[in-house]
Write a protein that binds this ligand. Structure first.
Ligand code: PGA
Length: 248
């Protein structure tokens, strides 16, 4: 499979003027950019090859009264805007905003129902790693996050990405080694194949930049990378895209 680059802009850039340059630099095949909601529509205008992704989404309260939630954005709205992919369960939302696996499950199902491709993020904290609980943590995150999509029969019908992002590697400049990242992705791949007979695309994320990306994406088990900080600097973006293109 072609190596995919997912560029997670988080709360950047600070103003609209800077959106165009970042989007233009990223505009290549097998790239997905994830601007903040407020810039999605403008970023889309400069894209010819890259896909447009959102960093999060929310469900409408269909089981109760179908009402909308103040401040949230639905899968339907994103789809109508031309968004094709959506991140669910990023560790910043899990750790700092109290997003549970049960919430992630609802978001993943909502995304699939809306025809969006989810990028499900999973990963352990430093403490969980030190306690030897990495695999247990990943298994639980996967099982609960996928539970509603399994029940609805959606999981087999839709495309899915799983991004392994160790919490301790995000934004720290200390990535997981390529060998260990690949071994963990193989663990995830085998688990999902065995229990769900699905074969999602597998990304590594956490302090990936132009200097180290090749070490990850040249490995067979690694289908691409989810990149935060390095996706905000034009020179970095161009170098990363060039490396991925050489391999594709
Ligand atoms: P980073 O972020 O590349 O800055 O470590 C990755 C992410 O948060 O998805």
């Amino acid at each position: 499979m072609k190596k995919t680059l997912a560029f997670n802009w988080k709360m950047n850039p600070k103003k609209l003027d800077d959106v165009y340059g970042l989007a233009e630099a990223s505009d290549a095949a097998h790239v997905i950019i994830f601007p903040p909601f407020i810039f999605l529509e403008e970023a889309k205008k400069v894209l010819h090859q890259a896909a447009l992704g959102a960093q999060d989404l929310f469900w409408k309260n269909a089981e109760e009264d179908g009402s909308a939630y103040t401040g949230e954005v639905s899968g339907e709205e994103l789809k109508n805007l031309g968004v094709t992919h959506v991140i669910v369960g990023h560790s910043e939302r899990r750790r700092k905003l109290g997003e549970t696996d049960a919430i992630v499950a609802r978001k993943l199902k909502t995304a699939m129902e809306a025809g969006l491709t989810p990028i499900l993020c999973v990963g352990e904290t430093q403490e969980e790693k030190d306690l030897g609980k990495k695999e247990e943590v990943l298994r639980t995150q996967l099982e609960i996050s996928l539970s509603l999509a399994v029940t609805g029969g959606l999981l087999k019908k839709r495309e899915l990405y799983v991004a392994y992002e160790p919490v301790w590697a995000i934004g720290t400049g200390i990535p997981e080694t390529p060998e260990d990242a690949a071994a963990t992705l193989i663990f995830i791949r085998d688990f999902l194949d065995e229990h769900y007979t699905i074969k999602p695309h597998l990304l590594y994320g956490g302090s990936v930049d132009s200097k180290n990306i090749k070490n990850y994406i040249q490995l067979e088990a690694v289908d691409g990378a989810l990149i935060g900080g390095a996706s905000l600097k034009k020179e970095e973006i161009k170098a990363i895209v060039a490396i991925a293109q050489q391999l594709n």
